[in-house]
Design a protein around this ligand. Structure first.
Ligand code: FES
Length: 75
């Protein structure tokens, strides 16, 4: 689904950029150009950014917990 029609940026492209390290709207604007023209996509892009950052954080916490358990099992 397109989030930014002006630049042809999809939700998938936004999420990939976020998982690769874009953590702020200015990062998404710099790497993809989102909000670079009319700006109507800003609210939706910010919503996706917030959701993806939360999911990324939860995934990292889960992986961290799993790593801890594996170390305790091995030793
Ligand atoms: S819809 Fe994103 S800049 Fe216009």
């Amino acid at each position: 689904m397109y989030v930014c029609v002006c630049k042809g940026i999809t939700e998938k492209a936004l999420r990939e950029a976020i998982y690769q390290g874009a953590g702020r709207m200015r990062d998404l604007k710099a790497c993809l150009g989102v909000t670079g023209q009319c700006g109507l996509c800003a609210c939706h892009a910010k919503q996706i950014l917030d959701e993806a950052l939360l999911q990324k954080s939860q995934l990292q916490d889960f992986i961290s917990q799993q790593s801890t358990c594996m170390c305790e099992t091995v030793t």
